[in-house]
Design a binder for this molecule. Structure first.
Ligand code: CAO
Length: 463
């Protein structure tokens, strides 16, 4: 029996994503859990696994399409079963307007048997998608289905515009919700978006709605025509880059930030690290970041205000009783911050192994959205690359982040003579609304002291 393949729930709050690549073609034989396509969501790239072993008989989306959670993206026939319908394209049923039959496209409850998802459902859904695209004047466009009406994409949240028009608006940095459509039922056309931009630039519309998305809501002035001064090339921003821009602009605009610098003498710790690594297999390699994870987690238990979030609406500081630390990882796609959980409860060897595995997983883009969630503090180590100092941006709604620069041998005066010591520059940025300067300095000094005298870690009582 033909089975529809839908985009599964990937994480809380994620309602849609963009198809970045198909891994199979119609007619391919697939194994259960084999990746069928890759989807870039607000939080990560996720692979859509095959729910069965069998054959793919239909593909309803193409690279670049935006798809919603629960949307049917493929169909196939599990091994040992036979197809129960003609291909959807060959059997169009009378299309219904997208708004008239939302239930036809809604994800079915998980309790329903797979067999209930009939060919007719897929065909009707596909036909109504064709109607939607034809309505927008794109009958030749790929047959992607419109998003299902989930709670997060309720009718009032979905602007009456085709995916192409929405993408066009996004590329111009226009908030589509601010555009008034001139078509039937207020449908927004590309021309409406152009008109909106013209008016915004002429000061007649809400210019703040232009570039609101691309700049994290902070607004951006119109750009000059750079071609006046030479050749340029334009490259579309990846989803990861847009999210980074959004998060950074939000944090920069909302958290009054202070950065406090200090240096730790890590000569002894580095000696231990090198000794350990001589015997350790590559997967267990102990790095400075792993050591910092361990020490920072202990510091966060001693200074719980640094392991908190501000809830200004409620007038409260939320202290977290768990210590989950995000580690900034440099990847070809951009900065990603996977979270290592319960760092305060793990030994150094476990943390080293977990960090190495997580960094590899991040660079190979095998993270799930859940891997990026729930961090209470962040460490950003640029020391492997270089630098003497930097001012990291707090990763809101966290209230602090530790920036690590490159450890260098320095001459240190011991009262009688200069000694060569390995010193690690540390920069703590914090949200000054939540943390006072003196507490920030104490927290950072505590970390430096523990790096210099790791036995200090054993002096604190378990909280
Ligand atoms: N000072 C001197 N050397 C350092 C160092 C430091 N602060 N940090 C790492 N190194 C060295 C390591 O010792 C290692 O050398 P060996 O191979 O001789 O042991 C080398 O640099 C490479 O380390 P690594 O990167 O493999 O391992 P790590 O655990 O220290 O770091 C990770 C892991 C994921 C943090 C790092 O690879 C990374 O991606 N850093 C970039 C983070 C980033 O982009 N931050 C900016 C965010 S914006 O605020």
């Amino acid at each position: 029996m033909t089975q529809e393949i839908r985009v599964p729930e990937v994480s809380d709050g994620v309602t849609k994503g963009q198809v970045i690549g198909l891994s199979v073609a119609v007619g391919d034989r697939v194994e259960v859990d084999q990746t069928l396509l890759e989807l870039e969501t607000d939080k990560a790239v996720v692979a859509l696994p095959s729910p069965f072993t069998g054959e793919i008989t239909e593909i309803l989306v193409a690279a670049g399409d935006e798809v919603a959670i629960g949307q049917v993206v493929m169909a196939g026939v599990p091994e040992g079963e036979s197809a129960d319908r003609a291909p959807a394209a060959a059997a169009p049923e009378k299309p219904e307007p997208p708004s008239a039959t939302p239930s036809a496209r809604q994800p079915e409850p998980p309790s329903e048997p797979a067999g209930r998802k009939t060919a007719a459902t897929a065909t009707a859904a596909k036909a109504s998608a064709a109607a939607a695209t034809a309505d927008a004047g794109q009958a030749e466009a790929h047959p992607a289905l419109p998003p299902p009406r989930t709670a997060a994409t309720a009718p009032q949240d979905v602007p009456p515009a085709s995916p192409l028009v929405r993408r066009f608006a996004r590329e111009l940095g226009v908030d589509i919700h601010a555009v008034r459509g001139s078509g039937p039922g207020g449908r927004i056309s590309e021309q409406d978006v152009r008109e909106f931009v013209k008016q915004a630039l002429a000061g007649r519309a809400d210019a703040g709605a232009v570039v609101a998305h691309a700049s994290g809501g902070a607004g951006q002035r119109p750009l000059p025509d750079f071609t006046k001064w030479g050749d340029i090339e334009r490259e579309p921003l990846s989803q990861v880059r847009k999210i980074i821009a959004d998060n950074m602009a939000y944090a920069w605009a909302t958290a009054p930030r202070v950065t406090q610098d200090d240096k730790a003498d890590i000569t002894a710790v580095e000696g231990f690290r090198l000794d350990f690594n001589r015997k350790a297999p590559a997967a267990d390699k102990l790095t400075m970041t792993a050591i910092l994870l361990k020490i920072t987690a202990a510091a966060l238990r001693v200074f719980p205000a640094v392991n908190s979030s501000l809830d200004l609406a409620a007038g409260e500081l939320i202290r977290k009783r768990y210590v989950h630390i995000g580690v900034a990882v440099d990847t070809p796609a951009g900065l990603l911050v996977p979270v290592i959980r319960d760092v305060d409860r793990k030994g150094l060897a476990t943390l080293a192994r977990e960090l190495n595995a997580t960094a590899a997983k991040t660079r190979e883009r095998r993270l799930t959205p859940a891997d990026l969630e729930g961090g209470t503090f962040t460490i950003s180590n640029l020391g492997g690359i270089g630098g003497t100092h930097f001012t990291p941006i707090v990763y809101a709604p966290q209230v602090a982040i530790l920036g690590v620069s490159r450890a260098e041998m320095e001459p240190v005066w011991d009262g009688r003579e200069f000694q060569p010591r390995l010193r690690l520059p540390l920069s703590l940025s914090y949200d000054h609304r939540a943390i006072d300067g003196a507490d920030g300095a104490r927290f950072l000094r505590w970390i430096c002291a523990a790096l210099e005298q790791p036995l200090l870690l054993m002096m604190e009582d378990e909280q």
